[in-house]
Design a protein around this ligand. Sequence first.
Ligand code: ADP
Ligand code: ZN
Length: 215
Amino acid sequence: MLIGAPGCGKGTHSAWIVEARGIPQISTGDILRAAVAAGAPLGREAKGHMDAGRLVPDDLILGLMRERLARPDAGQGFILDGFPRTIPQAEGLDRLLEERGEKLDKVVKIEVARDELVRRLTSRRVCPGCNAVYNLSFRPPRAEGVCDACGGPVVQRDDDTETTVLRRLEVYEAQTAPLVRYYEARGLLGVADGNQGYAEARAQIERLLGAAGDR
Ligand code: ADP
Ligand code: ZN
């Protein structure tokens, strides 16, 4: 599991873990955005919360995770990105894993200074087609507005405007930060410094993961 404030690099670092370990990334944010794009009823309920920078209700998220974990590609492990985000979600995850006879191998918290988070999130751009993530200041797409990976349009997320970003950071501190102690108490926590460059942060996360999840 990767945990940390919006903009800390959970999605970016999930990408190489997927390659290195051959396991899927499970991002509740990506699943919700796909439901919104598809016009699914779940998406309609979620969108109002997301655009306001609030969390989507726990019961909805846990229902969605139960379905996602039931898919065959999740049978050999997975990396959780953006879930759980509240103590009730963490408790729900514990129950789901117990039913499956699985356990969490490692929780890595990625720490980034608040000013840097705001700067990264407001200059972030994404490809809704393939979920590739770019940043106008340090990782722009090769051709302006065009995804390197799939050629689709690169856009700003509706919730990456400054007002909503500030709200999301408050919500993180109030509702998600307490999970750090929850996992620390279970001996699962490692902390990575996400203020460093990509390569340095990646190397540190690799060391923290160590053999976690090898089977
Ligand atoms: P970020 O980590 O940059 O905030 P995400 O893509 O993970 O972005 O999430 C975007 C939004 O989707 C959140 O602000 C929230 O409204 C909703 N969301 C995603 N995951 C969860 C979750 N586990 N519980 C509640 N809401 C969630
Ligand atoms: Zn793309």
